[in-house]
Design a protein around this ligand. Structure first.
Ligand SMILES: Nc1ncnc2c1ncn2[C@@H]1O[C@H](COP(=O)(O)OP(=O)(O)O)[C@@H](O)[C@H]1O
Ligand SMILES: [Mg+2]
Length: 391
């Protein structure tokens, strides 16, 4: 039923009987219901604000993304929309009504999401400005997988490089070690003298350093060498409890209390529990090391869509903004005796499972690491690279 038809209908209203009017109205209602169904089943969020700055329409996807209930229809947009960035974008739409805007930005309320948004103005048949329409796409997962692809490439490259270098270093290293042992034997057979003692001391330093070199190479190889996943059905709650048993004493000694937010019924998924335990231990260790004065660590487990979610929050030093992008880099450490491999192990474990890691931190207040583990990793892995397992 077009606008023209409606116009003619209104002009002839006095000549029509009530049955005709009723049929027409029913038809309109049905059409409106159909349109609403279509809008609500769209993946894109749709938000219409009319020329009096009142919300005229919100579909389900936009409601979810922006935490808007259907009741917000009819209210002023700046009272219902909590996200300040989005409010500005809508306001600008009224200031420059002709402008079309496409932008990627972060919606901070109700939770941080990356959103691709396009804003257009709505006009009626006479060209009169009627309001603006926003089309919103949640691209958080896509963004994450883009960032990951970069790191994945670097990691693969590094894996190859280390394997090569480690191999090259291995041979001279073992011949050095044999030579040192031979020298040691000769020195040992020398007569007692201050000179001999000096030599023995030097030799022991060389041996220690060689050992250290050997360990670094071995650790690097262990971290980066791809090992096959052994997936088994596990309860994440049990896996985490087993890890906590190992660290509980240490936490107590360091004046750190543990707050568990675990679902009582457990959460099952398929995972390589050895690898996941290693990752979780590394996250706990980092949290502990960030809180030299003690405090509280909260661990939260839940199920979200097709993912098992683990998050750990500490009350530690936090991570300055400029460092946060470097955390997962191999050898990045701010600790005197750190290896800079802990988070790489976490990252690699998650990547092998097809999951991902997120960090949020408030310097001076604390840090939260969150990991998402797909409930069925084998399904995620079937997706093409970069697909990121959308929804
Ligand atoms: N919970 C945390 N709080 C503050 N900083 C952290 C935390 N976790 C990791 N970091 C930072 O990330 C760096 C890298 O961590 P990691 O890869 O585990 O290596 P390492 O612990 O050996 O330094 C740490 O040196 C630290 O600066
Ligand atoms: Mg660490």
């Amino acid at each position: 039923m077009t606008e023209k038809f409606t116009e003619r209908f209104v002009q002839r209203l006095d000549q029509l009987d009530s049955r005709k009017v009723g049929e027409y109205l029913l038809g309109l209602a049905r059409e409106k219901g159909l349109l609403e169904n279509i809008f609500n089943s769209m993946q894109e969020g749709l938000l219409v604000v009319d020329s009096s700055k009142t919300i005229a329409m919100v579909n389900h996807a936009a409601g979810r993304l922006l935490d808007l209930s259907p009741n917000s229809v009819g209210s002023l947009f700046d009272q219902s929309i909590h996200d300040p960035g989005l409010r500005d974008i809508i306001e600008q739409g009224f200031e420059v009504p002709g402008q079309v805007l496409v932008r990627e930005f972060i919606v901070v309320h109700p939770q941080p999401r990356w959103v691709r948004m396009s804003r257009t103005s709505l006009r009626d048949a006479d060209g009169k400005f009627r309001g603006i329409m926003l089309v919103l796409n949640d691209i958080t997962r896509q963004r994450k997988s883009e960032q990951e692809t970069n790191l994945v490439e670097r990691l693969d490259f590094l894996g190859h490089l280390t394997a090569g270098v480690a191999h090259e270093i291995g041979n001279p290293l073992s011949s050095l070690s044999i030579q040192v042992q031979l020298i040691e034997r000769q020195v040992n057979s020398m007569e007692d003298s201050p000179f001999r003692d000096k030599l023995r001391k030097r030799i022991s330093i060389i041996k220690e350093e060689l050992l250290r070199l050997d360990q670094i190479v071995a650790q690097f190889l262990k971290t980066l060498r791809p090992e096959p996943l052994i997936l088994k059905k596990e309860d994440l709650v049990t896996v985490v409890e087993e890890v906590l048993e190992l660290v509980e004493e240490e936490l107590k000694e360091k004046g750190i209390s543990l707050n568990r937010e675990f679902p009582s019924e457990g959460i099952m998924g398929r995972m390589d529990s050895g690898l996941m335990k290693q990752a979780i231990i590394n996250l706990i260790k980092n949290a502990v090391q960030a809180m030299p004065g003690g405090g509280e660590i909260s661990i939260r487990l839940e199920k979200e869509d097709a993912y098992l979610k683990f998050s750990i929050t500490d009350q530690g030093t936090g991570i300055p903004r400029e460092k946060i992008n470097r955390l997962f880099e191999p050898l990045f450490t701010t600790k005197e005796t750190g290896s800079g491999l802990g988070l790489l192990v976490v990252y690699k474990a998650l990547r092998q499972h097809g999951g991902y890691v997120e960090v949020t931190s408030q310097p001076g207040e604390g840090t939260t690491f969150t990991i998402w583990l797909p409930q069925r990793p084998e399904r995620i892995k079937l997706l093409p690279a970069g697909g990121g397992g959308d929804r």
